[in-house]
Design a protein around this ligand. Sequence first.
Ligand code: SAM
Length: 265
Amino acid sequence: MNAPHLARKRFGQNFLSDPNIIRKIIEAIRPAPDDRMVEIGPGLGAMTEPLMARLDHLHVVEIDRDLIARLKAAHAPDTLTIHEGDALKFDFAALAADGRPLRVVGNLPYNISTPLLFHLADSAERVKDMTFMLQKEVVMRMVAAPGTEDYGRLSVMLQYRFAMARLFDVPPGAFRPAPKVMSSIVRMVPRPLAECTAIDEALLGRIVTAAFGQRRKTLRNTLRDILSDPDFVALGLDPGLRGEALDVAAFVRIANHVAARDAQI
Ligand code: SAM
């Protein structure tokens, strides 16, 4: 018998313990036997076991050595491949190098959720879909519409690359130890590349970061170093607006205008 595992705060460990919620998450994922799937942070296996029951094979990425030892003792490598290490550095695209797209799932460590989402976005081309449990507040920001308080850099950069939907909420009581916050399940499906029309995605990222850097300020101020008055005129863009008023397409239009302008210099 294994000794009880003491949850490690630094690894964001809140383990799912409510069987009804676990069932609901697995139903939302709908695993099919031949799916190529990777679970981030399997922990004590709350989702891993029911996923494995439906899949021919599962990949997991886990950072905690104690949990890795437990997983290794419990499962044979022909049904479970354990990748030991930091999901922030893991090459997800490599798992789908043969062209069969990847499904990514997990009850994510909340302390690294934003950098992890950006890291995963880099592999979006190889991904079929992603279903995650995250802090509700983060999910609300991911799916927020322009003009709302939650709308910001995370919304624009992820909505540029993914269609996203908040599926349902999960209360703190579904975990051991219970987190202080509500959680939500979010589904992310990469948009077709033809819809991702930014000429320079790094430039788009810089513009979005600048536009939301000081939320109360107008675009004239926040984009001062990027757009001049003639640029605002050429774009038909009111410099008195704030970043939160612009939808994803408007940010892409600005970025492509700047890319084309700078290419002519
Ligand atoms: N899936 C389990 C469950 O639902 O009960 C555990 C979820 S717990 C919120 C997060 C898991 O991610 C833990 O197992 C933790 O050790 C792991 N983890 C934390 N940081 C990680 C990282 N950087 N890379 C990979 N796994 C990580």
